[in-house]
Ligand binder design. Structure first.
Ligand code: SAH
Length: 215
């Protein structure tokens, strides 16, 4: 499959809708204009790839809806070249958006089947993220600290290891809760784990953040 004028047109409309719905970050909007979302989905979903919907991917997981990807990316408030950790690679779509924003992206996925699909997909499309098969609860201590951390699954609580791996002055965007989550933005001020500011951005619904790998 390729990126046709038809897909580019749908994508332009998606970006215009995001703008109307309050996404103002130009780097987020221009990244989402560049990433061909339909190439992160199965062919049969091609016709709805640019609607504002979460859609099924393998292993019972979902690709987040475009407005959620845009909102989380905007809350990160990242500058080009920053080091970002993403938990929950899934299809790789959010990963690609972060790459298109000029960030240095490290992404972890616990489902081997998804990791095996998204890693070559990102590479083929020219998005240079470093992909890892692992448990996001542990983060990536060998590559820490990170300027930004984004979690794309619903976490029962803020994983302490991830907060440790965030730089001082760093930002973490994480949906926290079990059945339903609240979108939380954490700004870390010093090295201490309690020296943080927490802002809440309303209810959301993600697939759960689960422990351990699934081979
Ligand atoms: N960002 C993805 C969203 C995928 S859904 C996209 O754009 O497609 C969330 C993903 O988080 C799922 O693929 C799920 O397997 C993964 N996940 C859940 N718990 C995890 C954990 N502890 N570590 C790493 N990935 C996890």
């Amino acid at each position: 499959m390729e990126d046709t004028f038809k897909h580019q047109g749908w994508r332009r409309q998606m970006v215009n809708q995001l703008r109307k719905r309050g996404i103002f970050g130009e780097s987020v909007l221009s990244a989402m204009d560049k990433v061909p979302r339909h190439l992160f989905l199965e062919t049969m979903l091609d016709h709805i790839a640019y609607e504002d919907k979460a859609l099924p991917i393998k292993c019972g997981q979902t690709i987040s809806q475009p407005s959620t990807v845009a909102f989380q990316s905007q809350l990160l408030d990242a500058q080009p070249e920053m080091k970002v950790l993403e938990v929950g690679t899934g299809s790789g779509y959010q990963t690609a958006v972060l790459c298109a924003m000029g960030l240095r992206v490290f992404t972890i996925e616990r489902q081997k089947e998804l990791y095996d699909l998204s890693k070559p997909r990102l590479q083929k499309l020219g998005f240079r993220a470093k992909c890892f098969l692992g448990d996001g609860y542990a983060g990536l201590p060998e590559y820490a600290p990170f300027d930004r951390i984004i979690i794309t699954c619903g976490a029962p609580e803020v994983p302490p290891a991830l907060l440790m791996q965030l730089k001082s002055d760093g930002v973490m965007v994480i949906p926290v809760g079990n059945e339903h989550q609240e979108m939380i933005r954490i700004e870390k001020h010093g090295e201490g784990e309690n020296d943080v500011t927490i802002q809440k951005y309303g209810d959301c619904k993600f697939v759960p953040m689960l422990e351990k790998l699934n081979y």
